[in-house]
Design a protein around this ligand. Structure first.
Ligand code: GDP
Ligand code: MG
Length: 278
């Protein structure tokens, strides 16, 4: 059980970190204006924000309270059988209209949680966002603009186009760079920040999720490869990535690397099959 004073401390820590470049209100207003514009043109756009959660008791309440709110936005939080008080924290939120909590009965992984969220969503555009406080809701408009304007089917947040306030581990940068080259050479898509989980997708791209094989973090790479095979247009957009203030990343490299290798091999085979047999 957390006490109210601890709650305030956690929120003010995250708030003071976010304050520096907070353009939140302006960006939310822009987002609501876009949504209104589409509504007026009778081309209504409904947005689903999907958050996978695994043991994020320190951040989930702050993250949910800081999301944009209006009748054209729904929030789907998928609790992947957290063993801490994440679920209680979510339930503490007062103005929770539009927030739907889906619970997994056992831990199934990052990718599987997103698939569950997508299955429960009804949006024309899907946003996926982490619940550890690293992603900022004010950047959602950056993800949406190219989709609203018809320039992309999928947008992925990039700290390299935006900012990040922490030192990147060398293994992360090397792994990302290697994947960037593989994805570009063999699948024709340039995605530098290819492990980012802050993204937006048009509903029509949900075909990507019909045959997903990797339920953990390799899901992020599989999504890009499948999108490339299906010919969807991907664009990277600037986001501001914050450091993790509580706990550490759940990524275990010795588990992720074999999965990523398998994923790439599988999709290379799929690509070859397409070239020769279609
Ligand atoms: N549903 C679900 N979410 C997870 C799992 N592991 C991590 N996450 C969530 O995925 C997001 C990204 O995780 P994180 O470990 O911070 O990855 P990183 O930022 O890429 O290092 C966070 O919101 C986590 O709560 C899991 O097993 N299941
Ligand atoms: Mg993280």
């Amino acid at each position: 059980m957390t006490t109210p004073s601890l709650d305030i401390e956690k929120s003010s820590l995250l708030e003071s970190r976010d304050k520096k470049n907070s353009r939140k209100n302006d960006n939310f207003k822009l987002l609501y204006d876009y949504l209104k514009k589409y509504k007026n043109e009778n081309n209504q756009m409904f947005i689903s924000i999907i958050l996978p959660v695994y043991n994020e008791e320190n951040t989930i309440k702050y993250v949910l309270e800081n999301l944009p709110k209006c009748e054209l936005i729904e929030v789907i939080v998928v609790d992947d059988h957290s063993t801490d008080s994440s679920l209680n924290e979510m339930k503490k939120i007062k103005h929770n209209e539009g927030i739907h909590i889906v619970e997994h009965k056992f831990n199934q992984g990052y990718g599987k949680a997103l698939l569950t969220g997508i299955r429960h969503s009804k949006g024309d555009i899907l946003i996926t966002m982490d619940s550890d406080g690293q992603h900022r809701a004010e950047d959602i408009i950056n993800l949406l603009k190219p989709i609203f304007n018809g320039d992309a089917d999928i947008t992925i947040g990039s700290r390299y186009k935006g900012t990040f306030n922490y030192k990147l581990p060398i293994a992360t940068r090397l792994g990302e760079a290697l994947l960037e080259v593989i994805i570009l050479l063999f699948f024709g898509q340039k995605v530098k920040n290819n492990q980012c989980g802050f993204r937006a997708l048009r509903r029509k791209t949900e075909k990507i999720f019909e045959n997903i094989r990797f339920n953990g973090y390799a899901f992020t790479t599989e999504l890009i490869l499948q999108a490339a095979l299906l010919g969807y247009k991907i664009e990277e957009v600037p986001i501001n990535l914050a450091s993790r203030e509580f706990g550490s990343s759940y990524i275990i490299l010795r588990k992720l690397i074999p999965m990523l290798s398998l994923c790439i091999i599988l999709y290379l085979f799929k690509k070859i099959k397409r070239i020769f047999f279609k």
